[in-house]
Design a protein around this ligand. Structure first.
Ligand SMILES: NC(=O)C1=CN([C@@H]2O[C@H](COP(=O)(O)OP(=O)(O)OC[C@H]3O[C@@H](n4cnc5c(N)ncnc54)[C@H](OP(=O)(O)O)[C@@H]3O)[C@@H](O)[C@H]2O)C=CC1
Ligand SMILES: O=C(O)CCC(=O)C(=O)O
Length: 477
């Protein structure tokens, strides 16, 4: 059965179709999905623009109730959604269900935020004048998302957009339309009015580009690669649109000499390899002080040897497949680059044969790597981490910040003084102490500094900065 786009309150066929395959077993076709064309996008944008006045003026309580129902339904269907997510992206089932629960909680959280779209009232510096700062919805928002968090990232963009009165045109990654389609079905059943939310599946070069190009789209929120994000950023600025970009990371994790070894290895393995390392927050640079280096590497390799790589749906799997053939090729290319650059591969980095035709890659660990190497400067986006040996904490902190990215950073230490220093010195948007760099809460700001992010933060109450505009009103009563 063809799963269609949702445009102007109707299921719509679109110009073509595509299938998504299970990366654990490419013989398993997850579903068939309609591809939108440029005209479909324009219809979706027109519908969203037409629905905007009524939706933005509806009572916050009306919007809040719909979001609350969406959250409740996502949580009620967590097993079914988690399974689809595992089948189309390759996350293990616990990771898939965990992501679905996170998405449900995000909708419930923003059901509350919808009631807190507060402006401010001030006294003017001049006598007899009142000043108000109003907060208003922006209008039609374009949401363009990647494949690595097929439901949580859409949730943390769509929920605040709708909560604060915007209407949405949503283009999910072409690799993972299944979770996006089910999310749309839930939004429709929860009573989102026609035109307020629109789903346009298909290729980024057609559908995503048409959203960015459309005159009536007032703001674009994008998560994905640096190259695509920067192009979209420039295009939005040329067209006078507000834009929010969440791009890559090359996240450092410092293992201080005084770290608890078991905690450090656990934090590093989890941060580097869970979700098959396909997270912008993954710890890819392990910066290890000389005094603990050998013990850390030995224990890390031991723990990695026990990680079971395999079918995402099997209960004994720790690490699912890489999400696509292209991604597997990219990971293997970087492993070759690392070897050619002189880093030493001490674990993994090989394709793994299973009884299904999936994209299985054993988690890879490089040692003797230098921060200047490409494997330490470019986002690999797979289960590949490298160890950089440093003399002491001073050098570690300098290496951690020596990157064009600034999304997440971490440190494992038992010293409050060192942790406290690193919290302040780190140039990342999120800092973790004895906690993996990957895996974040939904009620606090998410985002980075330097080349990792552009525009206001996502998630938590700060999400309103992107999804609302300020208007200052002066009144002489
Ligand atoms: N930081 C992060 O969270 C992520 C980083 N990446 C990195 O990016 C690499 C490439 O992955 P990929 O999925 O191609 O990432 P992209 O950044 O290209 O894709 C992200 C989203 O943007 C869409 N898109 C692509 N081109 C355009 C365009 N011209 N205009 C508007 N939208 C567009 C994509 O559509 P389509 O579905 O057709 O691709 C997708 O929905 C990965 O190997 C990884 O290194 C990937 C995912 C997430
Ligand atoms: O670490 C997380 O939980 C979020 C990661 C993320 O947003 C991403 O990889 O795109």
């Amino acid at each position: 059965m063809l799963n269609r786009n949702w445009i102007a309150g109707e299921w719509s066929q679109g110009g073509g179709a595509s299938v998504n395959l299970n990366p654990s077993d490419t013989r398993d076709v997850v579903g068939e999905y309609a591809s939108a064309n440029k005209e479909d996008v324009e219809r979706a944008v027109e519908a969203a623009a037409a629905a905007f006045p009524a939706w933005s003026r509806a009572s916050p309580e009306f919007r809040s109730d719909i979001l609350d129902r969406v959250g409740a339904e996502i949580l009620a269907r967590q097993d079914e959604l988690g399974r689809i997510l595992s089948r189309e992206e390759g996350k293990t089932l616990p990771e898939g269900v965990g992501e679905v629960i996170r998405a449900g909680r995000i909708f419930k959280y923003f059901a509350g935020e919808a009631l807190r779209m507060n402006g401010e009232r001030l006294d003017s510096v001049r006598a007899g004048i009142e000043v108000e700062i109003l907060r208003e919805a922006e209008g039609v928002v374009g949401v363009i998302t990647p494949w690595n968090f097929p439901i949580a990232i859409p949730a943390w963009k769509i929920a605040p957009a709708l909560a604060f009165g915007n209407t949405v045109v949503f283009k999910p990654a072409d690799l993972v339309p299944g979770s996006a389609w089910l999310l749309t079905d839930i939004l429709v059943r929860a009573g989102v009015p026609a035109g307020v939310f629109n789903l346009v599946m298909g290729k980024g070069s057609v559908v995503g580009a048409a959203i960015v190009d459309s005159r009536r789209v007032k703001a674009v929120s994008f998560t994905g690669s640096v190259a695509t994000g920067r192009r979209i950023g420039v295009a939005c600025m040329e067209r006078g649109k507000k834009v929010q970009l969440e791009l890559g990371g090359k996240n450092p994790l410092i293992i201080a000499a005084d770290a608890d070894l078991e905690v450090a290895v656990n934090v590093a393995v989890n941060g580097s390899f869970f979700s098959t390392g396909q997270r912008c927050t993954a710890s890819s640079r392990l910066i290890v002080e000389d005094a603990i280096h050998d013990r850390f590497v030995t224990r890390m390799v031991e723990v990695m040897a026990n990680l079971k790589v395999g079918d995402a749906l099997k209960s004994d799997t720790d690490i699912g497949p890489v999400a696509s053939e292209a991604q597997l090729r990219q990971d293997l290319d970087y492993i070759d680059i690392g070897k050619r650059e002189g880093a030493r591969l001490v674990a993994g980095g090989e394709t793994v044969k299973r009884d299904t035709s999936g994209y299985f890659l054993s988690p890879a660990l490089f040692v003797d790597s230098a921060n200047a190497m490409r494997i330490n400067r470019e986002e690999i986006f797979g289960p590949v981490a490298s160890v950089i040996r440093v003399r002491d904490y001073e050098e570690a902190a300098a290496v951690a910040n020596d990157t064009e990215f600034g999304l997440a950073s971490g440190i494992c230490t038992t010293s409050l003084k060192t942790a406290s220093d690193f919290k302040r010195r780190s140039q990342a948007g999120m800092v973790m102490v004895n906690v993996p760099t990957a895996g974040v809460d939904y009620h606090v700001p998410f985002g980075g500094r330097k080349g990792s992010s552009y525009g206001p933060r996502e998630q938590g109450s700060h999400a309103r900065e992107f999804y609302t505009a300020l208007k200052t009103v002066y009144t002489r009563p």
